[in-house]
Design a protein around this ligand. Structure first.
Ligand code: CU
Length: 308
């Protein structure tokens, strides 16, 4: 059940949140208890042993030791500290060890926005996840230190430049939750907010399909007119065929031999005149400013699949 939250804590909407809250409230009430005991005792003693009117000043007679009392105030706090440590350590491990079957979402933090990217290709500024499945966030920053915080899920992790950090959660209740940056990261830090939307598996699938923005390579092959010059069946047109292109070795017009790998394909598409294939005219236009990085990846993947 998704609670409504309490005076101290927002609603508990992830699987670890209730256990986290129990530990929080254990420490909280323990602190309240000792606060009351110590304060009441202090006040009582101040009243009881105060110097009364007309009473002469007298030194307390010297006693230096009370073994039972000292044992009590050493042993009980030690035991309590052990309880807190073991309980906290168990919570920490639950939080730290990411389930192997977690689905992975890549997070890019940037001054001052969020981007969430799915293996299926969707890429958005909000985080949409299916309910009832563990989700791993694999996070990176393109600039400064940020920190991702989802209060209702009780998860928080720094995002440090030049390395990946990760966290995981599982939400069993559909709904919308706040997500924000909780590490001061510059002028508009306070606007670095977005939301997490937890949906049913089918709603999530639907969203994923609608938001998988980068079309597949075969669509791009036609959209950008590659098909007008490059065949897929081995026939030669204005340009060489893509059939069995990847992995082959080709002769260039200056006589050099080139092995066709990812970087060669990349260069051929972005800077076609850098190397001219022997027997062809340098008529291919550059696609440097036309293709996004994702589209370039898709096209290269498409050409790769044309080789057996
Ligand atoms: Cu930030």
């Amino acid at each position: 059940m998704q609670g409504q939250g309490t005076f101290n804590l927002p609603p508990a909407a992830s699987t670890i949140a209730p256990a986290y809250d129990s530990l929080f409230y254990f420490i909280y009430w323990l602190s309240v208890f000792f606060f009351v005991v110590i304060t009441v005792a202090t006040i009582a003693f101040v009243i009881k042993y105060r110097r009364k009117k007309g009473e002469a000043f007298k030194l307390t007679t010297g006693f230096c030791h009370n073994t039972p009392l000292e044992l009590v105030w050493s042993v009980i706090p030690t035991l309590l500290i052990f309880v807190i440590f073991i309980w906290g350590f168990q919570m920490f491990m639950r939080y730290w060890v990411i389930p192997g079957n977690a689905m992975e979402v890549r997070v890019t933090a940037q001054q001052w926005n969020w981007n969430f990217k799915y293996p299926e290709g969707a890429s958005r500024e909000i985080l949409v996840v299916p309910k009832g499945r563990p989700v791993k966030l694999l996070m990176q920053s393109v600039d400064v230190l940020h920190s991702l915080f989802i209060p209702d899920f009780r998860v928080k992790m720094d995002i440090v430049p030049n390395r990946y950090t990760s966290l995981w959660f599982q939400a069993d209740q559909e709904g919308e939750y706040d997500l924000y940056c909780t590490e001061y990261c510059g002028q508009k830090h306070s606007r670095m907010t977005t939301r997490v939307s937890v949906r049913s598996e089918s709603e999530y699938r639907k969203w994923l399909e609608e938001n998988s923005v980068t079309p597949t390579g075969d669509v791009l092959y036609k959209r950008y007119g590659c098909n007008t010059c490059h065949s897929l069946d081995g026939g030669t047109g204005n340009g060489p065929t893509f059939k069995n292109l990847f992995g082959s070795t080709e002769k260039m017009s200056d006589g050099t031999m080139v092995e066709v790998d990812d970087n060669y394909l990349r260069e051929s598409i972005l800077d076609p005149k850098a190397k001219i294939v022997d027997g062809f005219e340098p008529v291919m236009p550059t696609f440097k400013n036309t293709l996004s990085a994702d589209e370039l990846d898709s096209l290269i993947d498409f050409i790769k699949t044309q080789a057996e």
